[in-house]
Design a protein around this ligand. Structure first.
Ligand SMILES: Cc1ncc(COP(=O)(O)O)c(C=O)c1O
Length: 327
């Protein structure tokens, strides 16, 4: 998705013009992938713009940072507020949100500790990640020849820039062979995840998804889909899944902030179920969209309104500084 050329970028507390939001080529992150980041979204709802599960994204950002021994001078609540400020200053109604913490300019060796931990927040308008038809028609995918990293190599629970070297290999291989996306197996040969999204299967009305021990990112959409599915009465099983479950599933879909809930219509040229979006996928997709778009009651308190006055909600006493403002 193309980046804009105008707007403001938050960098270490300052709001800079888009073109000025640069770092030195000697920064540690450029050479060693020493960054942790997030991808969240803000949607238009009938009560105004709302970020979906912003607190969960910021929590995961701080978890990722902790795994990599990074500490940043803002608290998660303050960082959440900085995200909201960045959306407001750019006057965006709906957008993609990309916060990043990274090892900056200081010393250039493998040891990152002498380098400062810097942070930035980018926001920009973003459409459907896998193309406009994917949400309805589904996508054709392959099982990647690249595995996800083995346990105790790259920590899968951290959303670290370094992990995306593996994701890029998966994605490029899929693209080179005419597939929309690749699904990686873990080092034991079980289903893991797509290059940038989690995987769900449906068989006989039960949902299956790989557990956190299958080298997956703990997706916030994954967690939302599990919560929604259980609330709708579906059984959801988080368990190790053999590759061939992909071929015999009645339905399969991806879940992620970028892809939202996207049906998978074939894997390795084997049609999944009927080759169309299945009824369980359709029902979960509909409920997910109703929640993110504010058309269903926000019973889980997943929406954080960006412009509280627009939402008709009173700002809390602590005023705009409070992380949960308008939630
Ligand atoms: C590798 C990987 N798995 C899963 C996901 C889905 O996570 P989320 O639903 O939090 O966007 C992402 C997206 O961030 C990802 O990059």
């Amino acid at each position: 998705m193309a980046l804009p050329t105008e707007g403001k970028v938050w960098m270490n507390g300052e709001l800079l013009d888009w073109a000025d939001a640069t770092i030195h080529v000697g920064s540690h992150v450029v050479h060693y992938g020493s960054g942790v980041f997030e991808g969240a979204r803000c949607y238009r709802t009938p009560k105004g713009s709302a970020c979906f599960r912003l607190d969960a994204h910021i929590r995961r950002l701080y978890d990722s940072a902790r795994i990599y021994r990074m500490s940043y001078r803002l608290s998660p609540a303050e960082f959440e507020q900085a995200v909201l400020d960045t959306i407001r200053v750019n006057a965006l109604k709906a957008c993609y949100i990309r916060p990043i913490m990274y090892r900056g300019y200081g010393a250039l060796g493998v040891n990152p500790l002498p380098c400062p931990v810097d942070a930035a927040i980018l926001v920009w308008e973003w459409g459907a990640y896998l193309g406009p038809d994917a949400l309805e028609q589904g996508v054709d995918v392959r099982v990647s020849s690249w595995w996800r990293s083995a346990p105790n190599t790259f920590p899968a629970l951290a959303k670290s820039s370094a992990n995306y070297a593996n994701s890029q290999l998966i994605r490029m291989e899929a693209a080179a062979e005419g597939y929309v996306e690749g699904i990686a197996l873990d080092s034991g040969g079980h289903i893991s995840e797509g290059s940038g999204e989690n995987v769900f299967l449906v068989r006989d009305g039960t949902l299956y998804t790989p557990p956190l021990t299958a080298s997956i990112l703990p997706g916030i959409t994954r967690d939302s889909v599990i919560t929604i599915a259980r609330s709708m009465g579906y059984t959801v099983r988080e368990e190790m899944l053999p590759r061939e479950m992909l071929y015999i599933a009645d339905e399969a879909f991806f879940a992620g902030t970028a892809v939202e809930v996207t049906p998978i219509r074939s894997v390795d040229k084997i049609t999944v179920g009927s080759g169309r979006r299945g009824p369980v996928t359709a029902a979960l997709q509909q409920r997910y969209f109703d929640i993110i778009n504010g058309d269903a009651p926000d019973i889980n308190r997943w929406l954080t309104y960006v412009y509280p006055e627009e939402a008709g909600l009173r700002m809390p006493e602590a005023a705009a500084g409070s992380a949960g403002a308008g939630r």
